[in-house]
Structure formats: structure tokens, C-alpha cells
Design a protein around this ligand. Structure first.
Ligand code: PMV
Length: 315
């Protein structure tokens, strides 16, 4: 039996504007993982069991728009491998929530197939394979999710056309900090918010380009603060990024209710993370306030709240 895993991710700054060529910063969430198990199958063909959603897919008759079948096919082609296999996937990562669940599941499958056939695939190749499934979930994804998950590092990402020419730079976090992550409980497909922003941009490109520029400037500022350990600036920068996302039309009443509750309970700042309209709200918090903030967020209707250290050395 071969087992490989992949992490979830959180976008710290720059979502949506990243689709339009501005930089974004994202970090892996090592404790939230998707797993793929592979073993030989006695029957002919390849079968995929997606445990969490109770789905079973026979590869030979899977529809062309099935993302799990697509990633298995692309990876087997890339490896030039054939075998009768049973693949089981499971994941701790909530779906459609801004944690990159789709990219993580695909990455785990690519890694497990490569390991099963004894081949090494570098992160750039894994990322490129997973990008193909992201296109199925997202329409016009920037590629940030597959990149940060395949590299499993804090990544500054700038989309460039043509594909494959993007800027992927690990960024430095001089001092670890704590994030509280409140889940709205609302699954919001990224494809929809990305499509809405696209239409709004088409109607008024000058206005939207200005907002994207403002978000890009916040990202530069945040990256410099992270590099110099000036963490006290991060909360304020997050809240400013949130206000810009509100003007893009991707926030929601639920997100703003949680944001207000977190800020009132003492968070240094916060913003939606990912596609928006649902998913997660992230907060910059000091450790001594965490319990207060957690309670306030749950009282304000958060479906769950998790706390994570960003930039801490992993042992
Ligand atoms: O919803 P998520 O976490 O997969 O993030 C999407 C990020 C966007 O910038 C909104 C879209 C993209 O492809 O970069």
C-alpha cells in the first residue's frame, strides 16, 4: 500500500487581484491534509473511492469533467505507467472553503501515483498537473492554490501569461504569528466569485484595475513587514485588504459579522481568505487573546474556529 498526503493552504493577502497579475501571499496549512492510498487491484482497471463524498469512479467510464479521473489520467500519462489499481482518497480539508481542498486531493493523488511507480516528480511538475484540475473547479484560476500546495512552502505568487511563466518565490517570515481561522459554514464555489469579478471588471476596467493595484501595494507592504518581523502591521494590512475585497463585491454579511466580532474581541485585523462570499475569515491574533476571540467568533455564528501558527519551524 502506498500513502501520500498534501496540505491545505490559506491565502494571507492578494486573492482575486492575483488573477489579474498582482502578487499574492499564501502559506501551507500543514495540519490539514488530504491523503491518497494506492494498492494493486485484482480486477482490471483503475477504481477511485472518494471516501468523504461517498463516490466511486471507474476510470475507464468516468466523464471527461470528473476532476479525480482527470488527475489520475494526466498523471499516469506523464509517468507512462499502466496498472490495475485501487485509489482511495480522504481529506480533513473542508470543501469549497478557501483551504484549497480540490488542489490538495489532486496533489495527494499525483504524489501517490508517482511513489507507487517509484518515480520522483518535482513540485513544479506536480503543480502543473494539478493546475489542469483547478481549471475544472475554478474556470480561470491564477494557479496559486496548486503552487503553494505542491511546494508546501510560504509562496509569493505572480501569475504571468503564458502558463508556466509565473513568478513563484518562497517568502520569508521573520517572526511566527498566530492566525485564528473562522469558518462561515458557507461553501462558496470560487468559480462564481471569480466569474462575478471578471464581469464587473469588464464593465469598468479602470475602476477595478485601481482596486487591484491597491491590493498589490498592500501585498508588497505585508511581505516587507513579514520579512522584517514587523508583525504588528499585519492586522491593519489584513483589514485594509478586506475593505478592498468588499469593493470587489466578494464579501458577504456573514463574513462581515464574523469580522466585526473578531475585531471587537481584540483581533489585530482580519479578512476573508480565498474566493469569498463564504469560506473563511482569517484574523491576526495575539496568543493571549485567542480564547476570547474564539468564543466571540463562535457566538457570532462561526461554524468552527481553528488557530494556527504561521511561520513556525516544523519539526
Ligand atoms: O477559494 P480559494 O481559496 O481556492 O482561492 C481562490 C483565490 C482566487 O484568487 C479568488 C482565485 C485564484 O484562482 O487565484
Amino acid at each position: 500500500m502506498t500513502l501520500e498526503t498534501a496540505c491545505g493552504k490559506i491565502i494571507l493577502f492578494g486573492e482575486h487581484a492575483v488573477v489579474y497579475g498582482r502578487p499574492a501571499l499564501a502559506v501551507p496549512l500543514a495540519q490539514l491534509r488530504a491523503r491518497a492510498f494506492i494498492q494493486a487491484r485484482a480486477a482490471p482497471g483503475i477504481i477511485i473511492h472518494a471516501r468523504d463524498v461517498g463516490r466511486t469512479i471507474e476510470l475507464h467510464d468516468a466523464p471527461a469533467d470528473d476532476a479525480l479521473a482527470l488527475i489520475a489520467r494526466l498523471t499516469l500519462d506523464r509517468l507512462g505507467a499502466h496498472a490495475d489499481l485501487e485509489i482511495v482518497v480522504e481529506s480533513d480539508i473542508p470543501l469549497a472553503s478557501g483551504f484549497g481542498s480540490g488542489a490538495a486531493i489532486s496533489t495527494a493523488i499525483v504524489r501517490a501515483l508517482a511513489a507507487y511507480f517509484g518515480k520522483a516528480l518535482p513540485p513544479a511538475e506536480i503543480s502543473a498537473l494539478v493546475y489542469e484540475t483547478e481549471r475544472m473547479y475554478h474556470g480561470t484560476p491564477s494557479g496559486i492554490d496548486n503552487t503553494v500546495i505542491a511546494y508546501e512552502q510560504a509562496i509569493r505568487f505572480v501569475r504571468r501569461k503564458p502558463l508556466g511563466d509565473e513568478e513563484i518565490t518562497p517568502f520569508h517570515i521573520a517572526r511566527p504569528f498566530t492566525l485564528a481561522i473562522a469558518h462561515t459554514g458557507i461553501a462558496s464555489p470560487t468559480k462564481i466569485t471569480v466569474g462575478d469579478v471578471r464581469r464587473a471588471w469588464e464593465n469598468d476596467p479602470a475602476r477595478f484595475e485601481k482596486i487591484f493595484d491597491a491590493i498589490g501595494a498592500l501585498v508588497e507592504h505585508a511581505q516587507a513587514a513579514l520579512a522584517h518581523g514587523e508583525n504588528e502591521e499585519l492586522g491593519e494590512l489584513m483589514t485594509r485588504n478586506q475593505r478592498a475585497l468588499e469593493t470587489l463585491g466578494v464579501s458577504s454579511r456573514e463574513i462581515e459579522t464574523l469580522l466585526d466580532a473578531g475585531l471587537r474581541a481584540g483581533a489585530g485585523g482580519g479578512k476573508l481568505s480565498g474566493g469569498g462570499r463564504g469560506g473563511n475569515v482569517i484574523f491576526y491574533v495575539e496568543l493571549e487573546n485567542v480564547e476570547n476571540i474564539k468564543r466571540a467568533l463562535l457566538d457570532a455564528g462561526a461554524a468552527s474556529v481553528s488557530v494556527t501558527q504561521v511561520g513556525a519551524v516544523r519539526l
